[in-house]
Design a protein around this ligand. Structure first.
Ligand SMILES: [Zn+2]
Length: 652
């Protein structure tokens, strides 16, 4: 590789000949620019232009940075998209509609792909899409999946669970064992609070259609709520049991019948992880005293709500694509990667790995500085975890054979005319695929064929970290401008994508993630680290401002610090030198442009947010907590001495 100065790279302000200031990584970016000049200029001009459009120059960046960086977002974009996520989701839908409505053979011959296509999968996906877009009406009353003969409540619940309904009386799902991240187990616990919404919807349906039965069901819902409130705990104790243990400890529930129905008799060797045992005991008592017909009607109501939530509110080609992405992730990811995303794979992956590896190197240097004063055993635990962490581009298995893709959805029978029937098939398919792992006693997770297929009605767009896999997954849909483009200058990539990946990486080392070791198994060493004084103080510090989720707060604060240090080097001080290593932006110096580009991830019309703090709060707290930010924007010293910043792993 030849090293030379690129004509794009110049410094403004103080030209620094002494390169000592120059952190290795940053230097290599400034010196090596291998992308074609034309494409390089265009995409960067475009990105810089977008940043300027979103900017609200009348705001003081030191007072409300989110409003400074994003305040003009809606004015700049009209009212078409609420944020950049909606934009990339729309681009995805547009491309997939085009694909679904095109002639498959023509596309195939034009692509010159090596691997044969999964023809049957393709036909299934096209049939599903056709029914979704063409079947005019849905008669929800036809959605009843079984007889009106009320049965044992656990058996009834299992029948609906087979069709995808979960968390009505308890939450039942297949996950992996706490101490063995490759062994599938059944997890049982009380329903999450978020299910209250489905409860309310069910009661509304009830009031409209079955006014005679309102009283019995309302009473049941009230009793369930009270039971949940009585037993809900932050970190409940988890029991690891066999079916015999389960039946012995919680005798009032017909577990044998439930799992016989759900797993078609494959019960041998199944392991259970059970939380909220007291809740489940009282639940068994409560439901055995409730009339069978009330339970039956309530389950049917909740099932109707599930179907309505899974289906697009208004059906058109794009909403059908979004619906399919959530419900049939393997099929949609396969088609998108093969026919739309295609050749971007190589360049994107190369860039993402560069960012990811750089973040890992910087975080490794944090660990070496050992701010937490960990013992050598504890230190090697975190080092090993960092070293083993993986990045996966696209939520698809490593397996690429068309035979695998063709057979994966084989058991589903999609029609090209009946949409409701297809939703039922798809929901049942998902439950079946999730439970398939339990069919053979002592079976292990097949990592070669692993992908994320969880119970969602809206697919994930943003990258995510999985504790059990020690892996960050970047969905392909996220890899689109303005969020990411492999041709962009590193300052854009390392701030926005770098910030996102740093946030995800940090999840592995916050108060929940730290409990899992390099292989995704819970470890007592992780617990020891969490209980150190420095760790606890850092958590308390982050909680000074109330947070929707404390672990998200920690990932935000520490993630930005990590991304910043990775790009500029540790202890960067923009008072000491000023530079502008690019020609496409004349107003902002590199540290300022870094912050502005980072904020683009959060730009949008502020929505009510679930799981995270609101976007403006996230940005303002994160930059406010970065030591260097006030120097980068030359902020005046605060009138009142501000409290020290919150840092966890970053060296002092
Ligand atoms: Zn997060």
């Amino acid at each position: 590789m030849e090293i030379s100065f690129n004509s794009q790279t110049h410094f403004s302000g103080k030209r620094v000949n002494n390169m000592k200031w120059c952190w290795n990584l940053l230097c290599s970016f400034l010196l090596l620019e291998l992308a074609p000049i034309q494409a390089f200029v265009d995409i960067n001009m475009l990105t810089a232009l977008q940043i300027h459009k979103n900017l609200n120059g009348s705001e003081d960046p030191c007072r409300n940075f989110w409003n400074y960086a994003c305040g003009n977002y809606s004015a700049a974009n009209g009212t078409k998209y609420v944020d950049n996520f909606q934009l990339v989701e729309d681009l995805y839908a547009q491309a997939m509609v085009e694909f679904m409505e095109s002639e498959g053979e023509l596309i195939e011959s034009a692509l010159e792909l090596n691997e044969e296509p999964a023809e049957r999968l393709l036909a299934q996906m096209r049939a599903y899409y056709k029914a979704c877009t063409k079947d005019p009406e849905i008669d929800w009353s036809e959605a009843d999946v079984h007889s009106l003969e009320p049965n044992d409540w656990a058996l009834e619940t299992a029948k609906f669970r087979r069709h995808g309904l979960n968390a009505v009386f308890f939450d039942e799902r297949v996950d992996v064992e706490t101490n063995d991240s490759l062994r599938p187990v059944v997890q049982l616990k009380m329903p999450a609070l978020s299910n209250n919404y489905s409860e309310r919807r069910a009661l509304q349906v009830l009031q409209r259609n079955h006014s005679g039965s309102v009283e019995g069901i309302s009473r049941l819902v009230d009793q369930l709520r009270q039971l949940e409130a009585k037993h809900r705990q932050e970190e409940p104790l988890v029991q690891s049991w066999s079916l015999a243990d389960l039946t012995q400890h919680i005798p009032k529930i017909n577990w044998q019948g439930y799992f016989h129905e759900l797993l078609s008799g494959h019960l041998e060797g199944v392991l259970f992880e059970v939380s909220d045992v007291d809740y489940l005991r009282e639940l068994g008592q409560l439901l055995s005293n409730t009339s069978k017909s009330t339970i039956n009607l309530y389950l049917r109501l909740r099932f109707t709500v599930l179907l309505k939530q899974s289906a697009p509110a208004r059906r058109n080609p794009k909403t059908c694509i979004h619906h399919m992405r959530a419900l049939l992730p393997l099929g949609m990811n396969y088609l998108y990667k093969r026919y739309v995303y295609r050749h971007r794979d190589l360049l994107d992956t190369k860039q993402l790995l560069l960012i990811f590896d750089s973040l890992k190197i910087m975080f490794g240097s944090y660990l070496n500085a050992n701010r937490l004063q960990l013992s050598s055993e504890q230190l090697s635990y975190v080092m090993k975890k960092l070293g083993a962490m993986k990045l996966r581009v696209g939520n698809l298995p490593e397996e690429t054979s068309h035979a695998f893709y063709d057979s994966h959805y084989e058991s589903a029978n999609f029609s090209d005319s009946l949409f409701l029937g297809n939703i039922l098939e798809a929901l049942s398919l998902r439950t079946r695929l999730q439970h398939d792992a339990l069919r053979l006693p002592h079976s292990r997770l097949d990592l070669h064929r692993y992908y994320v297929n969880d119970d969602v009605v809206k697919a994930r767009t943003s990258p995510f970290y999985e504790n059990e896999r020690n892996t960050i997954t970047v969905p392909l849909i996220f890899l689109q401008w303005p969020l990411f483009d492999s041709r962009q200058h590193h300052i854009f990539q390392f701030s926005l994508m770098g910030g996102v990946l740093a946030h995800e990486l940090t999840h592995a080392f916050e108060q929940e993630g730290i409990l899992f070791d390099a292989d995704g198994n819970e470890s007592p060493v992780g617990l020891q680290i969490r209980e150190t004084k420095v760790f606890q103080n850092a958590v308390k510090c982050a909680a000074r401002t109330p947070a929707v989720s404390l672990k998200e707060r920690l990932a935000d604060l520490n993630g930005l610090q990590l991304a910043y240090d990775t790009f500029f080097g540790p202890n960067h001080n923009s008072q000491n030198f000023e530079y502008r290593p690019y020609a496409f932006e004349s107003e902002f110096k590199a540290p300022q442009l870094f912050h502005l580009s980072y904020a683009q991830f959060f730009c949008g019309i502020l929505p009510p947010v679930l799981g995270h703090d609101r976007d403006d709060v996230r940005v303002n707290l994160s930059v406010g907590n970065l030591r260097q930010f006030s120097l980068d924007f030359k902020c005046p010293p605060p009138a009142v001495q501000s409290p020290p910043v919150c840092e966890l792993w970053r060296p002092k």
